[in-house]
Design a protein around this ligand. Structure first.
Ligand code: NDP
Length: 434
């Protein structure tokens, strides 16, 4: 803790992993002797840099850029870039640490990393975002490459930003390679990548429901967020016959008891992706209730999919969800539930899918984008979707294998941590003291 002062979210993520791994490590002391965990919590490399850019008024702005290269034992560093004013070293280290386990669970050869900046894209013009991205990549390009470190999108980084970043990389390095994922379809992107995290989380939720001989059909679902992950989670749930009744953003949430249908979802996509507007406009347009400054965990639902940000479900939210009949929580976002909330879910023995397993679909399809780039060919939508489904089912199986107790209850947190740890730890043991 002394070494990583003030990095609250990083401590939180490490503590969760250490607590659930300890009994396993006691039974398998070779990992303890090799100090694998101690090595895994120390990033292989942290890069911090100045990002100066000029705004539309001609004034110079200075942001801070980061890339955490956490672990490359099983493949090149891989993980998203986040642009949000809350970004700091501790948040990115927590995300990079989680990414190592998540990427290992995907069954693909991907190491773990994360990066971003405290730049706030909200209210910025396209030209300002472009100038920021170009300045950010001018430094980042010397640290990344298709066989070294392959960043992707995250909060605040979608197709537009990946385009600007890729353009600048290509211009400086004079090479067209798969150095970023989440690219446009015409220039190396993969079909299903935009949908992958949302679809993947729903596929994972379905697998959890199957263990209770149930399906998504007829289920009432509360979702938070209204960005990339939330949008495609809604799309897949509609397709599978479920009913999504909430969406949110950092200002508040909407409650639509009749359910968000395809037509209303099309409005959300246009609102959020083209106009970058607020979710409150949904309430005005469709005449439903809007709750300013609140999160959607107070509504009655069978399933909850937090798809916005970290620590958005606290103890009170967790208790309320269970009291209102919710019996499955599947994390589309990274670490949306506080450790106390996770304890409540596990003690209550509801189905709880942690982000590092449930939202791994995004990075999995990023891995598939890298494979297609290396082969210089493109798979069909059906092919990528089938692979995504298979990967989510394999991740679920790994969680069950390592997380099922004698009474048949599956602790998915334990399962994901042990499953993700083993592959990386074994690779590190084979590679010497690196
Ligand atoms: P987007 O930027 O597309 O959307 C984020 C959504 O969350 C927006 O609705 C945003 O509202 C809301 N939000 C962001 N910060 C806060 C906050 N501090 N409080 C309340 N709401 C907030 O991001 P994504 O959908 O891509 O990412 C959502 C989550 O999923 C993140 O935790 C991300 O790390 C995780 N994730 C994403 C993957 C991907 O492939 N995109 C892969 C795996 C995980 P507003 O518009 O008001 O900011």
């Amino acid at each position: 803790i002394a070494k990583n002062q003030g990095e609250t979210e990083f401590h939180q993520a490490v503590q969760e992993v250490v607590e659930s791994l300890m009994p396993f490590l006691d039974e398998n002391p070779e990992y303890k002797f090799s100090k694998i965990l101690e090595r895994m919590i120390e990033p292989e490399r942290v890069i911090m840099f100045r990002v100066p850019w000029v705004d539309d008024k001609g004034e110079i702005q200075v942001n801070r850029g980061y890339r955490i290269e956490m672990n490359s034992a099983i493949g090149p560093y891989k993980g998203g870039l986040r642009l949000h004013p809350t970004v700091n070293l501790g948040i990115l280290k927590f995300l990079a640490f989680e990414q190592v386990f998540k990427n290992s669970l995907t069954t693909l050869p991907l190491g773990g990393g994360k990066g971003g900046s405290d730049f706030d894209p909200k209210g910025k013009s396209d030209n300002e975002v472009m100038r920021f991205c170009q300045s950010f990549m001018t430094e980042l390009q010397r640290h990344i490459g298709p066989n070294t470190d392959v960043p992707a999108g995250d909060i605040g980084v979608g197709g537009r930003e990946i385009g600007y970043l890729f353009g600048q990389y290509k211009r400086i390095r004079n090479e067209f390679t798969g150095v970023l994922t989440g690219k446009g379809l015409e220039w190396g992107g993969s079909l299903i990548r935009p949908e992958a995290t949302g679809y993947g989380a729903v596929y994972f939720a379905e697998q959890m429901l199957i263990t209770k001989s149930e399906s998504m059909k007829g289920k009432t679902v509360a979702i938070s967020g209204s960005g990339n992950v939330a949008q495609y989670a809604v799309e897949k749930i509609i397709e599978l016959g479920g009913k999504v009744v909430t969406l949110s953003d950092s200002s508040g949430y909407i409650y639509d008891p009749k359910g968000i249908d395809s037509e209303k979802l099309a409005f959300v996509l246009e609102l959020k992706n083209s106009r970058r507007g607020r979710i409150s406009e949904y309430a005005e347009k469709f005449g439903v209730e809007y709750f300013e400054g609140k999160r959607p965990w107070e509504v009655k639902c069978d399933l909850a999919l937090p798809c916005a940000t970290q620590n958005e479900i606290n103890t009170d939210d967790a208790k309320l969800l269970i009291k209102n009949g919710c019996y499955l929580v599947c994390e589309g976002a990274n670490m949306p539930s506080t450790p106390e909330a996770v304890d409540i879910f596990i003690e209550s023995k509801i189905l709880f899918g942690p982000g590092k397993a449930a939202n791994a679909g995004g990075v999995a399809v990023s891995g598939l984008e890298m494979s297609q780039n290396s082969m210089r060919l493109a798979w069909t939508r059906e092919e990528v979707d089938a692979r995504l489904k298979q990967i989510m089912s394999d991740i679920h199986e790994t969680c069950v294998k390592h997380g099922k107790d004698d009474a048949g209850f599956v602790n998915y947190v334990k399962g994901a941590n042990i499953g993700g740890f083993l592959k990386v730890a074994n690779a590190m043991m084979s590679q010497g003291y690196v």
